[in-house]
Design a protein around this ligand. Structure first.
Ligand SMILES: Nc1ncnc2c1ncn2[C@@H]1O[C@H](COP(=O)(O)OP(=O)(O)OP(=O)(O)O)[C@@H](O)[C@H]1O
Ligand code: SF4
Ligand SMILES: [Mg+2]
Length: 339
């Protein structure tokens, strides 16, 4: 793992993505789903930044907005391309998107749905190359190289996806994501659809590729145990907001936000005498109904009046590590909720 904290490849600042809720025949806008609501984080070069939270908290929307597959409602997304140019993905002219997106590789959750069953492995992996005008013989040479890189035999090239297992398909998906030598890889739940036995192999492959190729990852997952194994730093998201962010070791040894602790309670824990392990009760709130106060107040066992009245800001808390540990909780300093 690289420890270069000085160079961020992606810097997301005060990002918002609101989806209008349209009602009735006239499709009047009756409100907004605040899927991403003032999110800030950065991905350092050579590192893996994790984004974790339950279903519906805004992880995929964050990724799509970074890729400019959604238009941001507000905020900035500074991305350093392979040419070391810094562009704001939220504002850059549309005509430049293709040129910039080649530096962002994407790995999707479902390797069954994301690979076209009618295309051969060669065509699937070569698709981005074709899109960027790479000639046929060069494409084949590059696909040979890519398949070898992800641990697949290049002789698989003429075969179709149905011939492969879930893990092999995800290797094909990773090869495709790397085709244009991206500098940032956005992996949206890349192992969630795979058997647990295969998950570790794919996670190992991803971290080996990161180190070999000097890649940086934005790694999305709903499962903290997956995050723990691959990320250098983690941002915990709840209802469109980041509620806690810290280096992985620090987050797991000293979680400060009650939501993070609740997520950890769902992890298999070796210590049977663990003092506090509430189950998450209730559902994830509706982002469209977010008002003032803490986003987690309706589920938090520690909620007091101030939690309903005032939104806690994401602040640095003093810890014994040099890297900042950010928490958005009025009582972060008082609660003793180490997992
Ligand atoms: N195109 C859209 N139009 C309207 N609402 C949307 C759209 N896409 C997402 N949402 C809403 O935004 C919120 C965040 O969704 P998102 O898919 O980003 O969550 P997620 O954290 O990726 O969840 P999951 O773990 O299920 O993938 C949800 O309330 C969702 O219903
Ligand atoms: S601010 Fe209040 S409701 Fe929110 S996490 Fe902290 S104690 Fe719980
Ligand atoms: Mg998602």
């Amino acid at each position: 793992m690289s420890n270069n904290h000085n160079e961020s490849i992606l810097d997301v600042r005060h990002l918002k993505k609101y989806f209008p809720i349209e009602k009735g025949f006239l499709r009047r806008v009756s409100g907004y789903v605040r899927a991403v609501d003032d999110v800030c984080f950065s991905v350092q070069k050579g590192q893996t930044m994790g984004l974790v939270g339950e279903s519906g908290c805004g992880k995929t929307t964050t990724a799509w907005t970074i890729l400019r597959l959604h238009e941001a409602t507000a905020g900035e997304i500074f991305f350093k391309t392979g040419n070391s140019e810094i562009v704001d993905m939220a504002a850059v002219e549309k005509v430049r998107l293709k040129e910039i997106r080649r530096y962002m590789g994407v790995v999707f959750q479902d390797p069954y749905a994301s690979l076209n069953p009618r295309k051969t492995v060669l065509d699937i992996v070569a698709d981005p190359l074709l899109n960027y005008g790479v000639k046929r013989d060069e494409r084949e040479a590059r696909v040979t190289e890519l398949l070898t890189m992800v641990g697949l035999d290049p002789s698989f090239m003429p075969r179709y996806p149905h011939a492969f297992s879930g893990g092999q398909r995800q290797r094909i998906g990773i090869a495709r994501a790397l085709a244009l030598s991206p500098s940032l890889v956005i992996a949206d739940e890349p192992v969630s659809a795979l058997d647990v036995s295969v998950q570790a192999q794919i996670l190992n492959l991803l971290s080996d590729l990161r180190d070999e190729l000097g890649l940086s990852y934005l790694f999305i997952a709903h499962d903290l145990s997956v995050i723990q194994h691959i990320c250098d730093r983690v941002a915990v998201m709840y209802m469109g907001s980041i509620v806690e962010e810290a280096d992985t070791e620090e987050l797991f040894s000293q979680p400060m936000h009650p939501y993070t602790t609740s997520l950890m309670a769902a992890l298999p824990v070796p210590d049977p005498h663990k003092p506090w392990s509430p189950e998450l009760s209730g559902e994830v709130g509706k982002p469209s109904e977010k008002g003032s106060g803490c986003v987690f107040a309706h589920r938090c066992p520690y909620a007091a009046q101030i939690c309903h009245d005032e939104t806690p800001s994401l602040e640095t808390k003093t810890t014994d590590t040099k890297d900042s540990h950010l928490v958005a909780c009025h009582f972060a300093d008082e609660l003793d909720i180490d997992a």
